[in-house]
Design a protein around this ligand. Structure first.
Ligand SMILES: [Zn+2]
Length: 335
């Protein structure tokens, strides 16, 4: 990808942070504070949360995938029926999700801990999205299947979005709806603010490192500054030692292993917006885009399959606009 594309993405995000700042202040108010502390960022304000058993979660996913892509639904049905997913919630097992593909058998396996929350259902959909990306690539030459990180989260985020959006629409009460919107907005805050702080930190760190060793105390300062800036000072405290425990900073072979998440999120939001317009007709175009993810630059990919120039801020603003709608709904429900 081009530097211009990255600059356009952060440019659009930086200009559109205000609604997410409003969300953080509203959340603080609900929690009885003026400003959130760092550890409040991931806290929930609601206790009435919808729960689904694993089978109900699977049914929910299949039903909603079907409305966008019958092929994605039937593929996922196979993953459920043939037990490709290890989802048991047992003591000592980590939360989170992981998907890996087996090119020869053309199958995938998913490892996750399913405890019944709607965010688990979204994670399961996310991992099925990764598996579907491998499925879409199965007839492509193996050398042309290794897509770069910036598009690695396209299929997963798209799948997750379908389920997260549907769960907000099908919430049984205002409290549940607020909780689900909070989950969605938490994700926007992570991609637009947290990941932005990591990008600012890394950029400045690499600059200082050119002049020699950068001690821990200085890394703390750089982190604190980057977090305050990226969150527009909407947090009372920061996490200065964040650099020490976030794995991505320590993968030396891949500098800037952070912004691809934000890129993937906004890129797939624009695919989602197109799919919402075109319904199941969009399926074949979507799969054609996935098949091209490892053979062209992202600029060419977006131009060919979405007709969009992603070196322009206006492209990125469209995705951000969808997230701003979540803020509007959240603010009015919590009035
Ligand atoms: Zn993923």
């Amino acid at each position: 990808m081009k530097q211009e594309t990255l600059d356009a993405m952060w440019g659009a995000i930086s200009k559109n942070k205000e609604p997410f700042v409003d969300f953080l202040y509203r959340k603080a108010k609900i929690l009885g504070k003026d400003k959130l502390e760092w550890y409040d960022l991931s806290a929930s304000t609601q206790t009435d949360k919808k729960k689904l058993s694993y089978d109900e979660g699977a049914e929910f996913i299949l039903k909603h995938f079907e409305q966008f892509s019958p092929k994605m639904a039937s593929f996922s049905k196979r993953a459920f029926e043939e037990a490709w997913i290890e989802a048991e919630d047992r003591p000592g097992k980590r939360p989170g999700g992981f998907c890996t593909g087996f090119p020869l058998s053309q199958q995938s396996r998913i490892f996750m801990t399913y405890s019944g929350s709607m965010s688990n259902v979204a994670t399961l959909a996310h991992e099925l999205g990764h598996a579907f990306h491998s499925f879409a690539l199965k007839d492509i030459h193996p050398l042309n299947r290794r897509y770069a990180m910036n598009v690695a989260e396209t299929a997963s985020t798209f799948a997750e979005m379908i389920v997260a959006d549907a769960s907000v629409k099908e919430a049984n009460s205002d409290e549940q709806k607020i909780a689900l919107l909070e989950d969605k907005l938490q994700r926007s805050v992570a991609f637009f603010m947290n990941i932005h702080s990591r990008f600012l930190f890394e950029t400045r760190f690499y600059e200082e490192r050119k002049n020699g060793f950068v001690p821990a105390s200085r890394l703390n300062e750089l982190t604190d500054q980057a977090q305050r800036e990226a969150y527009h000072d909407a947090v009372n405290s920061t996490s200065p030692s964040y650099w020490s425990n976030k794995l991505h900073f320590h993968i030396t072979g891949v500098p800037f292993y952070n912004f691809p998440y934000t890129f993937g999120y906004l890129f797939s939001l624009s695919i989602y917006a197109k799919a919402l317009e075109e319904g199941t007709n969009y399926e074949d175009q979507y799969m054609a885009l996935l098949r091209d993810t490892a053979v062209m630059s992202v600029e060419d990919l977006a131009m060919k399959h979405l007709g969009e120039d992603i070196t322009k801020e206006s492209f990125w603003e469209k995705g951000i606009e969808l997230c701003k709608n979540d803020v509007k709904e959240y603010l009015s429900l919590t009035e």
